[in-house]
Design a protein around this ligand. Structure first.
Ligand code: GDP
Length: 452
C-alpha cells in the first residue's frame, strides 16, 4: 500500500502547458473523479499511456479546464505505482486549484524528489540514475545534459556493476568453499583474481579522475580577474560578458568589492569574479576589497592576471603574476593592446595573451587559451562523475581494491583480501543503492546451486 502523492511537475510560471502528476494506489481513482473524458467513458477503462481529451472538474462538478489525461498501471510506470498525469493549460492558478481538488480527493502533496524516490524504491531505476534526473534538470550546458542523459540510463552503474559482479564472484566463491566444504566446488585461489582486480583498479581510477573536470562542469569554474588598479580588469569583464557590468573609470580603486558573473565560453561555465585592484592602500574600504580579492584568488580554479601592457610592469604586477603561477590554473593577460605597448619581456610560465577590451582584439584567443586549460576527459558521455557521493563511493572502492592487491602481494591470507573486496562492493553498492548482504547470499545460491 502506498499513499497517493500529487504535485505540479512544471514550473510556477505562466506557460502554454502545465502538468500535474499523481502516483500511488489511488492515483487512477482520483484522476477518474476529477477528469471526465469527452467520450463519456471513465478514465480507468482506457489503456495505459494513451492521451485522452476531456474535462477537468472540481469535486462539485464545475469545469476547470479542457485538457489531456494519461494513466499507467503499476508496475509499468515511472514510479512503479499507479500513476496519472494531467496536461492542462499552464495557468499557475488553474494548476493550484486542480491540485487542491486532488488533495480533497485523498492525495497529499509530494515531497521534493518523491516520485523519483519511489521509482528507486520500486526498482524502476538505480540510485545513481535517480540522481541523474536531478542533474539533467539542473544542467546548464549541453555537455551536462548529455552526461546526465547517459547517466539516466545507467552509464555509471553499467561500469561499476561489472566490477561489483566481479567482486561478488570472488566473495561468493570464497564463502562457498568455506561454508560448504563437502560440496564439489573448485578451490579458491587468489591468484586467479589478480588480473581482474588490476582491471577494476584501472577502470575506477579513470572514472575517479573525471570528477575534477565533472564538478567544474556542473558547478562552474571559479575564476578571478586580478591585477593592479587601472590594469583594465573591469573593462575585460565587461568585454567578455558583452555588456557593461562593472563600472569603468580611470580613477584607481573604483572597483572596491568583488563582482561575480557567470560567463559561458564554449562548453565551460566560468563564475567570473572581478576583484578590487590589488595594491597597498590606507583606505579602510579599499583594504577590505583587496582582502576579498586575495580570498577570491585563493578560491579560484583559474586566475586571470591582468597587467597593463601599455604601462610599466612593477613589483606589484610581478607579485600578482607569481600568485597566478601558484594557482591551480593561471593565465596572463596583457591589456590595452590598442595602445603603444611597452613590450617588457615578462618571465612567466603562464600562457600569455594580449588583448584590447576597447577593440575586442585578442578576446577570441583568450577564450581559446582558457578552454585549453580545461580539456574534457576523453571518455564517452555519462562517464564523467559529477556527483560528490558517486566520487566518494568510487574513491572508497578504489582504495579497498588497491589494498586488496597490496595484501595479495604481501602474501596475506585470503580473508584479508576478501574483507577489502567486500568493502569495495559495499562502496559500489552504495553508488547504485543496492544492499550487499542479500546480494552476496543470492549469488551463492545462483552460482553454485548449493543444497540441490
Ligand atoms: P581596473 O581598475 O583594472 O578594473 O581597470 P578599468 O577596466 O576600470 O580600466 C582603467 C582605465 O583603463 C579606464 O580608463 C579604461 O577606459 C582604460 N582601459 C581599459 N581597457 C582598455 C583598453 O583595452 N584600451 C584602452 N585604450 N583603454 C583601456
Amino acid at each position: 500500500m502506498s499513499d497517493t502523492i500529487a504535485a505540479i511537475a512544471t514550473g510556477s510560471q505562466v506557460a502554454a502547458i502545465g502538468i500535474i502528476r499523481l502516483s500511488g494506489d489511488k492515483a487512477i481513482e482520483i484522476a477518474d473523479r476529477l477528469f471526465k473524458p469527452l467520450s463519456g467513458r471513465n478514465m480507468a477503462v482506457y489503456e495505459d499511456r494513451k492521451l485522452v481529451y476531456g474535462s477537468l472538474e472540481n469535486l462539485a462538478g464545475e469545469r476547470l479546464d479542457l485538457c489531456l489525461c494519461t494513466i499507467s498501471h503499476a508496475p509499468n510506470s515511472y514510479t512503479g505505482e499507479n500513476t496519472a498525469e494531467l496536461q492542462c493549460h499552464g495557468s499557475p492558478m488553474l494548476l493550484r486549484t486542480a491540485l487542491e481538488e486532488m488533495f480533497k480527493a485523498g492525495a497529499r502533496q509530494a515531497l521534493p524528489g518523491e516520485f523519483t524516490k519511489r521509482a528507486f524504491l520500486n526498482g524502476r531505476m538505480d540510485l545513481s540514475s535517480a540522481e541523474a534526473v536531478a542533474d539533467i534538470i539542473d544542467a546548464e550546458s549541453v555537455e551536462c545534459v548529455k552526461n546526465a542523459a547517459a547517466q539516466l540510463s545507467g552509464a555509471v552503474t553499467v561500469k561499476t556493476d561489472k566490477i561489483y559482479a566481479f567482486l561478488g564472484d570472488i566473495s561468493s566463491h570464497y564463502h562457498a568453499v568455506l561454508d560448504y566444504p563437502d560440496e564439489d566446488i573448485e578451490d579458491f585461489l587468489l591468484e586467479n583474481y589478480v588480473s581482474g582486480l588490476k582491471d577494476a583498479k584501472r577502470e575506477l581510477s579513470v572514472l575517479l579522475s573525471s570528477f575534477d573536470r565533472g564538478k567544474l562542469m556542473t558547478s562552474g569554474i571559479p575564476a578571478a580577474i586580478v591585477g593592479r588598479p587601472n590594469a583594465g580588469k573591469s573593462s575585460l569583464l565587461n568585454a567578455l560578458l558583452g555588456y557593461e557590468r562593472a563600472i569603468v573609470t580611470d580613477i584607481p580603486g573604483t572597483t572596491r568589492d568583488t563582482i561575480e558573473e557567470k560567463l559561458r565560453i564554449g562548453s565551460l561555465t566560468l563564475r567570473l569574479t572581478d576583484t578590487a585592484g590589488i595594491r597597498d592602500s590606507d583606505d579602510k574600504v579599499e583594504q577590505l576589497g583587496v582582502e576579498r580579492s586575495r580570498l577570491a584568488m585563493d578560491r579560484a580554479e583559474l586566475v586571470i592576471a591582468v597587467v597593463d601592457g601599455s604601462g610599466n610592469v612593477d613589483d606589484e604586477d610581478m607579485e600578482i603574476i607569481r600568485r597566478a603561477e601558484q594557482a591551480s590554473r593561471g593565465i596572463l593577460v596583457l591589456s590595452k593592446a590598442d595602445l603603444e605597448q611597452q613590450g617588457t619581456a615578462l618571465e612567466t610560465s603562464l600562457p600569455t595573451v594580449s588583448i584590447s577590451s576597447l577593440t575586442g582584439q585578442g578576446l577570441d584567443e583568450l577564450e581559446k587559451a582558457i578552454q585549453a586549460l580545461f580539456p574534457m576527459p576523453q571518455v564517452p558521455a555519462g562517464e564523467i562523475l559529477t556527483n560528490v557521493r558517486h566520487a566518494q563511493a568510487v574513491r572508497a572502492a578504489l582504495e579497498s581494491i588497491s589494498a586488496a592487491l597490496e595484501a595479495m602481494e604481501l602474501g596475506c591470507t585470503p580473508d584479508i583480501v576478501l574483507t577489502e573486496a567486500e568493502t569495495a562492493m559495499a562502496a559500489l553498492g552504495e553508488l547504485s543503492g543496492r544492499s550487499i548482504r542479500e546480494d552476496v547470499t543470492n549469488r551463492i545460491f545462483q552460482r553454485f546451486c548449493v543444497g540441490k
